[in-house]
Design a protein around this ligand. Structure first.
Ligand code: GMT
Length: 377
């Protein structure tokens, strides 16, 4: 349709969650490709640090207004208001909302106010599978999906599930998550690994926001079984409501001394790059970006066979899958990998190949840009 660059506003959650990570990494890639990117949000996205230059991407903070009569700050209205200003001031023609509510809702509202700027909504998972199923948000989530100019989902599973759960028959483009495989690489410096584990110990890792859906306690259960057989350590990266319970369980299983809760930080690639096994036992998972980032670092994955995980983790090829909650099988699979160096290497290399070939930014980002073009056409 056009040669010129696109002016796009990006709305996403700023906290350390997969949807915010994808939104930020995508915004950075789109800006690098020469387009004008404006992040709009209550706080600067988690991974949008130190990577900007004078040509952007830009960040516009959504203001708050505490009024005695209001018992809530109404952030969605404030986001629509800030987005409206950005659309008008910069001539933004496309709003890319990551997560159905409140972002797509705010973008649709700003579109109504300005009479311009199309809305593309990317569904990430829990916006449909958890939040969207809440009676309190079902109608607004359906409205956001139906009234967006274009909808994408991060897996075939999520696209099908969305159609089924909301009874919508609109087109939903599937665009998988991506990983920068130049950044997420194996870290071979023994000094980095020595900070976390002895040379003879297997290093297991889990990255998540520790919400109940991630089943962080299953990670501890798997680790306790592994650690009873071989020398091992577990790194738990991230933060969230289930962290105290996972710590208590590690204490109860006698592995607290070998389990390190490192909290949340943006450059997870360093820790993934020294690890031997990634554990993702989620109850539900639309894709599993954290698993893909591990695979890029040549780390085999043991995961649950939930949602869209099989679209990235191939059983027996780059990791192993087990039923949700089946911690015995997960531990057996983990031990199988950690005791067999050839298997460990072949799974790791296959994961790296998939990350670099199927899920590389050069494969996925053009799919988003093509979706932008189609939305504006
Ligand atoms: O659960 C998370 O990791 C956070 C969540 C979010 O919305 O921020 O992540 C979802 O989006 C990621 C990026 O598209 C997907 O890779 C995750 O699978 C998905 N999480 C779930 O479906 C539970």
């Amino acid at each position: 349709r056009r040669e010129a660059s696109v002016k796009v506003a990006v709305l996403c959650h700023a906290s350390a969650g997969g949807s915010g990570v994808v939104a930020t990494e995508l915004g950075l890639q789109v800006a690098r490709a020469g387009h004008e990117v404006h992040f709009v949000g209550a706080a600067q996205p988690f991974r949008l640090t130190g990577q900007r230059c004078v040509s952007g991407p830009y960040f516009h903070q959504v203001g708050g207004y505490a009024y005695a009569l209001f018992d809530q700050p109404y952030p969605e209205l404030a986001a629509a208001n800030t987005l409206t200003a950005v659309i008008e001031e910069y001539g933004v023609e496309l709003s890319h909302a990551h997560y159905a509510i409140p972002h797509a809702t705010a973008a649709i509202h700003a579109r109504a106010i300005t009479g311009r700027s199309r809305v593309i909504t990317t569904l990430h998972g829990t916006d449909v599978t958890l939040v969207g199923q809440e009676p309190a948000f079902r109608s607004t989530t359906r409205h956001a999906i139906e009234r967006s100019d274009r909808v994408t989902a991060v897996s075939h599973y999520l696209a099908a599930h969305t159609r089924e759960m909301f009874g919508v028959d609109r087109e939903i483009d599937v665009i998988h998550n991506f990983v920068d495989s130049d950044r997420f690489v194996r870290v071979t410096d023994p000094a980095v690994r020595a900070r976390f584990a002895h040379p003879d110990e297997a290093l297991l890792v889990h990255v998540s926001n520790f919400r109940p859906v991630k089943r962080a306690c299953d990670v501890v259960e798997v680790f306790a079984r592994v650690a009873s057989e071989i020398p091992a350590r577990l790194l738990m990266i991230g933060d969230g409501p289930e962290r105290p319970r996972a710590m208590e369980l590690a204490q109860a299983r006698g592995v607290i001394g070998r389990t390190h809760f490192l909290g949340s930080f943006p450059d997870v690639e360093t820790v993934l790059g020294i690890s031997d096994l990634f554990v993702l036992p989620s109850q539900q998972e639309s894709f599993g970006l954290a698993a893909l980032e591990a695979m890029s670092c040549e780390v085999p994955v043991v995961a649950s066979r939930a949602g869209g995980i099989p679209e990235v983790v191939q059983d027996g090829v780059n990791g192993f899958l087990a039923d949700v909650g089946d911690v015995d099988t997960m531990a057996d699979r983990a031990l199988q990998i950690l005791r067999n160096r050839d298997l460990y290497l072949s799974l790791g290399q296959a994961g790296r190949r998939a990350a670099a070939e199927q899920f590389h930014p050069s494969v996925i980002v053009p799919q988003y840009l093509a979706a932008y073009e189609r939305t504006l056409a």
